[in-house]
Design a protein around this ligand. Structure first.
Ligand SMILES: *Cc1c(COP(=O)(O)O)cnc(C)c1O
Length: 386
C-alpha cells in the first residue's frame, strides 16, 4: 500500500542550513533575509512591490486596515473560500457581504457582484479558488465603475496567471500564504504584493507597530517615532531564510503539480459519477493546488465513505471548504444566513473531495489514486444498486 499524504512540505538540506545560519547570527527579525525574500518573491511574480508578513491572514487584514476600511463599511467576499478571507473584514469592524460561487470553477460568480454592492461597499475581494484565476478584467471593470478597492486572496495562487499576469497584480493588492500545505512554505508566513508604492509603504509601516524607523535605520539606537497605529505582523528571519530556499524550488514544484494534475484529469475524465471543475485554458492558468471533484447522483451522499475508504488505502484527501463561509456558525449567528443561501458554494462544500497533486507525489501515485477511486466508486454503485 502506498502512503500518499494530502500535503507534505519538501524541506531539504539547503533549508536546514539556511535556518541554522540565521540562528548562528545576531539578527532574528528585521534583517537581510526578509528583505532578500521580498526581492526574490517580487522577481518571481514580477511584482513592483512585495512586503513580507507573518501570514496571509495578516496580509489581508493589513490590506483593509491600511485602506482605512472599518465600521459601517461593507466588503464583497466570496462565499466559497477559507474563512480568513471573511474574518479579516470582521477584524476591521466592517461587514462581509457574501456572493455565491460559480459552479464551473468555484470562483466568485461575477454576475452576482453588482447586485450585492450598496452605497456602503468599499471593496471587492476575490479568492483564486484552488489556484484557478478569477476573470480579473471583469472584476476590475465593476470596481472601477464604482470606485472600489480590489483585494486578491492569493493563498493558493502561487503560479496562477490571468492573461499572463500573475495573480495579485490585477487588484490593488494580493496576499499569499506560506503555511505548510501551500505551494511553498516558511512554516507560517505570507507576502503582500502590489503595483502601488503607497500601499506597500502603508502595509510595511503597519505590520510593525507604525514605527517610522526599523532598528537598523535608527541613527541613535532606541530612538523612533510612532506615526500610525500598527500590529506585530512581521515575518522573522528564520521564516524568510526558509522562503529564500523554497523559492529556488518553486518552478520544479509547479511543474510537478501540473503533471500530477494532468494525470488525474486524464484518468478521471470519463467517470459519469463525478463532476470536474474547469481546468487551465488560454487566459486562465491555474497553480494546480489540488484536484477537486464533485460527487454526483447517489454518490453525493457517500462522500464520507469514499474519503474513509481512500484513507484506508493510504490516500490523503481534503475538502475545500467544509461549509460555505456564511454557513459557519459564527457568520450564521451574526448575520442569520440560511441553508438555502449560496447554493453553488453549498453544493461544492457538501459534495466535493480534493485529491493531492503536490510535488511530494509522482505519476505512479496518481495512477494508484485513479485505480483506487475507480474501485471505490464501482463498489459503492454495486451497493446502492442492490
Ligand atoms: C490558507 C489560506 C488562507 C490563510 O493563510 P494563512 O497564511 O494561514 O493565514 C487564506 N485564504 C485561503 C484561500 C487559504 O487557502
Amino acid at each position: 500500500m502506498r502512503n500518499i499524504p494530502f500535503g507534505k512540505p519538501i524541506i531539504g538540506d539547503e533549508e536546514k542550513k539556511a535556518v541554522l545560519a540565521v540562528l548562528e547570527g545576531p539578527v532574528l527579525v528585521h534583517g537581510p533575509k526578509a528583505k532578500g525574500f521580498e526581492a526574490g518573491f517580487a522577481a518571481f511574480v514580477k511584482a513592483p512591490f512585495a512586503v513580507s508578513v507573518s501570514s496571509c491572514t495578516a496580509g489581508l487584514h493589513l490590506a483593509y486596515f491600511s485602506k482605512g476600511i472599518g465600521a459601517g463599511d461593507e466588503v464583497i467576499v466570496p462565499a466559497q473560500t477559507h474563512t480568513a478571507t471573511a474574518h479579516v473584514v470582521e477584524f476591521c469592524g466592517a461587514k462581509p457581504v457574501f456572493v455565491d460561487a460559480e459552479r464551473e470553477s468555484g470562483n466568485i460568480d461575477i454576475d452576482q457582484i453588482e447586485s450585492a454592492i450598496t452605497p456602503r461597499t468599499r471593496a471587492i475581494s476575490v479568492v483564486h479558488y484552488l489556484g484557478m484565476p478569477v476573470d480579473m478584467e471583469r472584476v476590475n471593470t465593476i470596481a472601477r465603475k464604482r470606485g472600489l478597492y480590489v483585494v486578491e486572496d492569493c493563498a493558493l495562487a502561487m503560479g496562477t496567471y490571468f492573461k499572463g499576469i500573475h495573480a495579485g497584480l490585477w487588484g490593488d493588492c494580493g496576499a499569499f500564504s506560506f503555511y505548510p500545505a501551500k505551494h511553498m512554505t516558511t512554516a507560517e508566513g505570507g507576502m503582500v504584493i502590489t503595483k502601488h508604492k503607497h500601499i506597500a509603504e502603508g502595509i510595511a509601516l503597519e505590520k510593525a507597530f507604525g514605527v517610522d524607523r526599523q532598528a537598523a535605520e535608527r541613527k541613535v539606537p532606541g530612538m523612533y517615532d510612532v506615526v500610525a497605529l500598527g500590529f506585530n505582523y512581521r515575518m522573522n528571519e528564520l521564516e524568510a531564510a526558509l522562503g529564500i530556499e523554497q523559492l529556488k524550488r518553486m518552478n520544479g514544484f509547479l511543474k510537478k503539480r501540473k503533471e500530477n494534475h494532468e494525470a488525474l484529469s486524464k484518468g478521471l475524465r470519463n467517470i459519469t459519477e463525478i463532476g470536474l471543475f474547469k481546468s487551465s485554458h488560454g487566459d486562465f492558468q491555474s497553480s494546480y493546488y489540488c484536484f477537486s471533484f464533485l460527487l454526483k447522483g447517489s454518490l453525493a451522499s457517500k462522500r464520507i465513505e469514499i474519503i474513509e475508504r481512500l484513507k484506508s488505502k493510504g490516500i490523503g484527501t481534503s475538502v475545500y471548504y467544509p461549509q460555505a463561509v456564511p454557513h459557519f456558525t459564527y457568520y450564521r449567528d451574526k448575520y442569520g444566513y440560511k441553508d438555502n443561501s449560496f447554493p453553488a458554494a453549498a453544493l461544492i462544500s457538501h459534495t466535493s473531495i480534493a485529491l493531492p497533486v503536490g510535488p511530494h507525489l509522482n505519476t505512479e501515485d496518481m495512477t494508484y489514486i485513479i485505480d483506487e477511486l475507480k474501485n471505490c466508486i464501482h463498489d459503492l454503485k454495486e451497493c446502492t444498486a442492490k
